[in-house]
Ligand binder design. Structure first.
Ligand code: AMP
Length: 352
């Protein structure tokens, strides 16, 4: 067990790290952020900041020496340089990172555990793509295997002719069949160091332009009917990875049951509602898990909750948002409100 007062290391400097650090502070921990970018909104609320490239082994070792445990808020942290953490534990384990960093590995892994992703095929050439379309069919989505997020690194392919006209990027890709779904939802669980698993309520997630716009809890009944099967898969993933901390799996709800989309080995945007809407937030439970503390309750703290993301200029409406006393406003402290950038979120509890 890592008692309050110790230092938690966070790899990555964004809003998820910021909210983990705020939850850690509430429990009496100090946090140390490691990130390559100088303008870290997580470091703004932490006791210490190492600004260095991921592969700076000396900086990584010095950072590790200051930390009792290290976690991450960004799943694209390169795994190789993490050897420099030495004896300082990394939670969740690096295997979770390796699995989730590559869409192909992730889908193969989940398939082995009995999950159903969209039909998929690796693509490294125009010929592979033509073959994938011949087997899987069109429409479909071509995605980079690594480093994609919020719909970036994705190309919608309507026909084989579309594909032939595409100038393929020189990076490993995956082609996925287009899933006809009636809703999207996520399963967020927290697994403690002792193997105890708690699930948060599953949010109904609405995306706009590939970016999460709205999460609503409780989800409608037709979607809730798919949650048990999705939870069973998420628990298998957590157990197979000997996972410690918060883990997220995203699903499409289809007429044939839940189709796995992707996993994130970390706290997740679709769980931001838990800060006000659950007995214990995803951030606090992540801290509890990686420090070996008992997990907090994950039940709803209200009848329902709605979380809306503030993207780009939406954040300029903060005064109007605050004028409604039912709103809980979270701004991440980012300097520039670029289009498509997650600047904050607003949570509303439904009390009666
Ligand atoms: P991703 O980055 O893979 O989560 O994709 C972002 C969004 O694009 C998802 O939340 C879906 O709305 C949509 N999407 C991604 N993959 C598929 C698919 N195979 N079929 C249908 N829609 C998809």
């Amino acid at each position: 067990m890592i008692p309050p007062g110790e230092t938690i290391g966070i790899l990555g400097g964004g809003q998820l790290g910021r909210m983990i650090a705020m939850a850690a502070a509430q429990l009496g921990y100090r946090c140390h952020v490691y990130a390559p970018e100088a303008d870290s909104i997580a470091a703004d609320v932490c006791a210490a900041f190492t600004c260095a490239p991921w592969d700076d082994a000396e900086a990584m070792a010095r950072f590790a020496a200051d930390c009792a445990v290290v976690t991450y808020e960004f799943e694209n942290v390169p795994v190789g340089p993490l050897a420099a953490l030495g004896d300082t534990p990394l939670l969740a384990h690096a295997r979770a990172l390796e699995t989730a960093q590559d869409r192909l590995n992730e889908k193969r892994f989940v398939t082995q555990l009995g999950g159903t992703p969209a039909p998929f095929a690796p693509v490294d050439s125009a010929e592979d793509l033509a073959n994938a379309i011949a087997t899987i069919g069109a429409p479909g989505i071509l995605k980079t295997r690594r480093d994609g997020y919020d719909g970036k690194g994705q190309w919608r392919i309507m026909t084989a002719e579309d594909a032939a006209a595409l100038d393929l990027p020189a990076t490993p890709l995956i082609y996925e069949g287009f899933v006809t779904f009636f809703a999207e939802f996520s399963v967020i669980l927290c697994r403690g160091a002792d193997g105890d698993i708690r699930f948060f309520d599953s949010a109904h997630n609405v995306h706009e332009g590939g970016i999460l716009a709205l999460s609503t809890v409780p989800a409608p009944a037709d979607l809730l009917a798919q949650v048990p099967a999705a939870r069973e898969l998420a628990a298998k993933v957590a157990e197979a990875l000997d996972y410690v901390g918060v883990l997220t799996l995203e699903f499409f709800a289809t007429k044939d049951g839940p189709v796995f989309n992707e996993m994130a080995p970390r706290v997740h945007n679709s769980g931001h509602w838990t800060t006000e809407g659950a007995v214990t937030s995803q951030f606090e439970n992540h801290v509890r898990a990686i420090c070996g503390l008992p997990l907090g309750g994950t039940g709803l703290a209200a009848k329902g909750v709605e979380m809306r993301n503030l993207i780009g200029d939406d954040a300029h409406d903060w005064a109007t948002i605050l004028a409604d006393p039912a709103n809980h406003l979270h701004l991440y402290g980012k300097a520039a409100a670029r289009p498509g950038r997650k600047m904050g979120h607003v949570t509303r509890l439904i009390l009666d």
